[in-house]
Design a protein around this ligand. Structure first.
Ligand code: GLA
Length: 409
């Protein structure tokens, strides 16, 4: 068996040292950065493809973070360098950042400044460098980690005061989501940015994505002390290709909107589980309707599973959530059709080796899966997944541990 590849997180000091060094190399001629900020990637415990349906999601922040060293400028220029793209210096004038026009990885960064300005905040240009231990393209929200690190950096250098409390952080979430939707052009739903900015160590974040809620109403921090329960959250990066800017994610979102239209509701959140059968009948029996029926069934049942999962965790019964995770995976695989062979393989191998529950996490079509594992079984589950990939002739997956960690700071 190939030995498992562990993708370790960096210490805060290590992350800060990396971007300070990179800043000196890239922009050091003009002095030191104003400071260093960082934001985590996330895994979602349950509540998948529910955020853009005004539903519930339950993410935790990863210990893996994106680090940004930033210095503001007075001339309106944005200049960026990244350890992940060393040969690709990115530059624009902030005034020229425009939906549909600004492209490349810098869109995720400059887009945040654009969105903060659009919300009425005074934000100038800046020099920034980026380095990250959030695996890229793994469905662990490396793009949200980048946006959110930049958001807290700009908040600090312009003394906006938004990162100081949860209501302000919710405003930063809105700016990051606008950056991603409108400037970077990925039609995502907002869970990732909320996780990165509003999670709390030792807790899962129960997000209620109905529009118009106050910050207080939209998020609850549910204590999720895995270690005390003798549990480990294992993340497997399948390294199967995953991209949200492609058409599949947008198609799922459009299907949900179409179904809501036919059903005469503002969002699928409005359909209670006991109204599901009536709603499915109403969608009709044609082949096209059959696809919509499956999409709706996933969303409505997934929201219910998320509420149930949170109830179990609140009641100190975290060891009982496994069947909900498994049902979520089956629903995403069969009804929502966003899983991938590699994700199904992780789930099957992990459960076979004694995981309490396992499922794909994030948008799907590749990316990562999670397994909730008794601490004593981590090695066995890891080995089983590794062996399954070896036997299937797949490239080695990456393994991460995910104790619920700190938000952007
Ligand atoms: C991606 C998106 C999120 C969410 C998930 C699926 O991570 O960025 O907004 O829709 O997929 O739950």
């Amino acid at each position: 068996m190939t030995s498992p590849q562990w993708l370790d997180s960096w210490s805060a000091d290590d992350g800060a040292a990396r971007v300070r060094t990179l800043f000196t190399e890239a922009f050091g001629d003009d002095g030191a950065p104003d400071g260093v900020w960082s934001a985590p990637g996330r895994v979602n415990l349950i509540g998948e493809h529910t955020d853009y349906n005004a539903g519930l999601a339950l993410p935790v922040a990863l210990p893996h973070r994106t680090y940004v060293a930033l210095r503001s400028r007075t001339d309106g220029l944005v200049r960026l360098a990244s350890a992940q793209a060393p040969d690709e210096r990115w530059e624009t004038a902030l005034d020229e950042v425009t939906p549909g026009v600004t492209h490349g990885w810098g869109a995720y960064v400059a887009g945040v400044a654009w969105a903060l300005r659009a919300a009425g905040h005074e934000v100038s240009g800046f020099d920034a460098v980026v380095d990250s231990c959030v695996p890229f393209g793994a469905g662990l929200s490396s793009s949200a980690a980048l946006e959110c690190a930049v958001a807290v950096a700009l908040d600090a250098v312009h003394s906006l005061g938004l990162a100081a409390d949860d209501a302000g952080r919710a405003e930063l979430v809105t700016a990051c989501v606008r950056a991603e939707n409108e400037i970077a052009g990925a039609p995502t739903g907002g869970m990732d940015q909320a996780a990165s900015l509003r999670c709390s160590a030792g807790h899962a974040l129960l997000l209620d994505c109905r529009p118009g809620l106050t910050a207080l109403e939209s998020a609850e921090r549910v204590p999720f002390d895995l270690a005390a329960a003798g549990l480990t959250l294992l993340v497997v990066d399948t390294r199967a290709e995953h991209a949200l800017v492609d058409g599949q994610y947008a198609q799922r979102r459009a299907a949900c909107e179409q179904a809501a239209d036919i059903l005469g509701v503002a969002s699928l959140r409005e359909i209670a589980p006991d109204e599901l059968d009536v709603a499915l009948d109403k969608l009709g029996g044609t082949e096209d309707a059959e696809v919509l029926r499956r999409r709706v069934r996933h969303v409505v049942t997934e929201i219910a599973r998320t509420a149930e999962f949170a109830n179990l965790v609140r009641a100190g019964r975290a060891t009982e959530v496994g069947p909900l995770m498994n049902a979520s995976h089956a629903s995403l695989r069969d009804d929502y059709e966003v899983s991938a062979h590699e994700l199904d393989l992780v789930v099957e191998a992990a459960l076979g080796a004694g995981a309490l529950g396992a499922r794909m996490t994030g948008g799907g079509f590749g990316g990562s899966a999670i397994a909730l594992v008794r601490a004593a079984d981590v090695d066995g589950v890891t080995a089983a997944v590794q062996t399954a990939f070896d036997e299937a002739g797949l490239a080695a997956p990456g393994f991460l541990l995910a104790p619920p960690s700190d938000p952007a700071r």
